[in-house]
Design a protein around this ligand. Sequence first.
Ligand SMILES: [Zn+2]
Ligand SMILES: [Zn+2]
Length: 335
Amino acid sequence: MDESIYGKTERGQWAPAKPVSYGPAFAWPPRPAAFLKWFFGIPGFLFPWNVPYALLGIAIWAYATPSLATMATLEPGWVLFVLARNVVLAVLVYGAWHLWFYVWRKQGTNFKYNKQWPKPESAVFLFRNQTYDNMFHTLVSGVPIWTAYEVLLLWAYANGWAPMIGFGEHPVAFVALFFLVALIHEVGFYFAHRLLHFPLLYRWAHHLHHRNTNPGPWSGLSMHPIEHAIYFATILLFFVIPAHPIHMINLASRLGLAPSEGHTGFDRLELGDKASMDVSYYAHYLHHKYFEVNYSDGMVPLDKWFGSFHDGTPEAHERMKQRRARMGNKLAQNG
Ligand SMILES: [Zn+2]
Ligand SMILES: [Zn+2]
């Protein structure tokens, strides 16, 4: 497929022609027609991610979660089952993206932001290999910490320590909570990520994730345990938000799995010779390239409101450079 229809390559970097945008959810004045088109379109609010992740949450609850009666007492049997289920999910999802783009190289470097493949050997990574290093941090720290938060909440629901509602008595709230999960996922990530960029936490923890300047799917959850503990902590909100375990699982599994598609390093997934799907996470790719921009991406324009937005255009690049110069002056004055 001809990638030049959608963008261009300069100095080994492919960039989409279309600037990064948040969609019209928070546009002012409101744009109802554009809103509906975005809400039902692809890519849009419902697809490709929110509905599939909600369905996955329902399926995990229905087919791969022990009963509340079993989970009322904290016992190794069911806890290890939840851990094993999350390991399987992670291997399937991260593994599938990795196989497709990086092992089978199904579309070569078409739509790949950085035209170089990650180096087969690099001293900055464990085992001198980016993929093995990323898999290690994901499976040894990421999935267990995700599971720990999830187990805590499941145990709490089983004992009535977390407020629980059912579909039968609150059908509207039950459906609305899936929308809230999408919002918590995004806004929670912004604040956790912003926090991790404060110098001390960056040095202690977040620098580990940022070694991936040419990320692949497994880079997504490749983080320091301190970062995992902060990143997954939004699951604790379900101690105060009345909801069903399905919603908690929806958020937990999404936090656990969605970083895979956020770090593929590709803008579009080719579907045959003519069609392709926008899996664009260009905003986050720019974050890995320039660090102090785009702490989140999605529908809430948080980076715009807080002055850290980079939409990929030369104008945005100029603004970033001016911001850096101002910060440099400030540091020099303080120092
Ligand atoms: Zn990242
Ligand atoms: Zn970061």
